[in-house]
Design a protein around this ligand. Structure first.
Ligand code: ATR
Length: 492
């Protein structure tokens, strides 16, 4: 089940939030701590205003609640409002049930028995914003000991912590109803794969505003989290940072279109070795690799392609038989928009701006197709090193103007001009004649200053978005064995 957390300040806003997400979620959580105090009196009738089952929660400040409230009055308000038709109530694991004063017809009654009578399931929750406690398994058992639903919301700080969460499903089979939430960026994969960690539900929100949150639409439509099952093949992308990546928006719609029961998930990774342990444990079928792991994955690969060996970097890993195979789709993704020109012999010379990892893949790709390359870079030493490995010329970026009119292709591989640094241009001083092809590896924005200048001079321009999409489509082929389906326009 997918649960929408409601944290608006008024009941009316919470109701419109449900309307916006109606098709994406199965139930909602009303957070009393988010409501303006004068809205609380309307909260009791909230479940009557929606057809979704409602969890009632009044979070303490220490557990992530949005305002400070005296503990006695918090529990009193919770009980008063709970007289409405709620399906679940969230009570922190350390609150004694005797502290919950339940009154019926002016008489004190037993809270637990009253909830049973009314058909309200009690969720006993535990929060840890600092990590994953060592005793998480026994905590879950304790929280569930009275037949309640155990809920643990913890904050994994490493892939090893994520592994602990993935162990819960097998190790805690006897606790049938439990809710496990991995908060923060490391937890994102556990929120999407909530069924794989044995969680009854996963929380999502209207618009993700905090790190690690996922919006309801992405959960339902992009990741199809509630449809994933034991047979779903898990793929992903590893990086640090990784949450900005648009690769899930390329791969997931592709899987969907070919009716492949698979999902592609972002994994924030601190340590490649731990990730390979996780990949074995949950049987990941393949993954993309981004900064800073493109070289670090190499020792774990049983097989690599010629390009990976040459470039010394791998961006795609697939499971072949019992081993991991590394390929580099950046190489072919870069070449695909200019393959016709290269084949026709229209690109004989190129200027590559920059000499980092991306420049390395680009330069090898061009050199392997007999293109004469000159590398220009801010730090001359870096340009010299790459030029030796690829057997091409090099120069200082300060001398870029000397190459105007002398090359068929200019490739901009640095991060200069990338959002939010949108006004910068590493090629300043280069005069476009209109004859060159200008290719920028930056994909955000699509039209960098570099490309704008080239276009004004009449050049053919290629945005990094093309390469991103090209390499993503090739990854899709490596993962599935199928061509990327036509008719999808991924928002990269
Ligand atoms: P990537 O792996 O994505 O290519 P990288 O290895 O960090 O990233 O390489 C960044 C490239 O951008 C380098 O060539 C770098 O130049 P230096 O070798 O002098 O560091 C270049 N670069 C980054 N910022 C730059 C700037 N402000 N002006 C010019 N070049 C810059």
């Amino acid at each position: 089940m997918l649960c929408l957390t409601l944290t608006e300040r008024t009941i009316a806003e919470d109701l419109s939030c449900i309307e916006r997400n109606r098709g994406y979620v199965d139930l909602v959580e009303l957070r009393l701590d988010a409501l303006d105090p004068n809205e609380l009196e309307k909260a009791k009738s909230f479940p009557d205003c929606t057809d979704k089952p409602v969890i009632l929660t009044f979070r303490r400040k220490a557990d992530g609640g949005l305002r400070e409230v005296d503990e006695k009055s918090r529990l009193k308000t919770l009980c008063d409002i709970l007289h409405g038709n709620f399906a679940y109530v969230d009570v922190e694991g350390d609150v004694k049930k005797s502290e919950l004063r339940w009154e019926e017809d002016g008489q004190k009654a037993d809270f637990e028995a009253a909830m049973k009578r009314r058909g309200v399931r009690i969720i006993r929750s535990f929060h840890d914003f600092g990590g994953v406690p060592d005793d998480i398994f026994s905590r879950i058992a304790r929280l569930a000991s009275h037949g309640d639903i155990a809920k643990v919301a913890v904050t994994p700080k490493s892939i090893m912590d994520v592994i602990t969460l993935f162990k819960i499903k097998d190790e805690m089979k006897e606790v049938k109803d439990k809710i496990i939430i991995g908060m923060g960026q490391y937890g994102v994969c556990t929120r999407i794969l909530y069924k794989r960690i044995g969680s009854l539900l996963s929380f999502c929100c209207d618009k993700a505003s905090q790190v690690g949150q996922l919006d309801a639409r992405a959960m339902k439509e992009l990741y199809r989290a509630d449809r994933l099952d034991e047979r779903t093949h898990v793929y992903g992308i590893i990086g640090n940072p990784v949450m900005h990546t648009s690769s899930p928006r390329i791969q997931n719609p592709g899987f969907h279109a070919i009716h492949y029961n698979a999902v592609y998930v972002p994994f924030l990774v601190d340590n490649v070795r731990s990730f390979f342990m996780l990949a074995e444990m949950i049987h990941i079928y393949g993954f993309s690799v981004t900064v800073p792991f493109k070289m670090q994955v190499l020792p774990y690969l049983g097989k690599i392609t010629r390009e990976v060996k040459q470039i010394g970097a791998c961006n795609t890993v697939t499971r072949i038989g019992g081993m991991w195979k590394g390929t580099n789709t950046d190489y072919y993704g870069f070449l695909s928009p200019i393959s016709d020109e290269i084949e026709r012999g229209d690109i004989r010379s190129a200027l590559v701006i920059g000499s980092g990892g991306a420049a390395r893949a680009v330069t090898f790709a061009l050199r392997n197709h007999d293109v004469k390359v000159t590398i220009v870079n801010r730090t001359l030493e870096h340009a010299r090193t790459l030029s030796r490995a690829t057997m091409c010329g090099y120069d200082s970026l300060d001398h870029i103007n000397n190459y105007s009119g002398k090359v068929d292709l200019v490739v901009q591989t640095t991060s200069v001009g990338m959002s939010p640094d949108e006004k910068s241009d590493a090629s300043q001083g280069f005069h476009f004649t209109g004859e060159e092809i200008a290719y920028d590896l930056v994909y955000k924005p699509r039209e960098t200053v570099f490309l704008q200048r080239a276009e004004q001079a009449g050049c053919r321009t290629i945005s990094g978005a093309k390469m991103l999409l090209g390499q993503g489509m090739l990854q899709f082929e490596a993962f599935t064995g199928y061509h990327y389906p036509p008719g999808i326009d991924p928002e990269v």
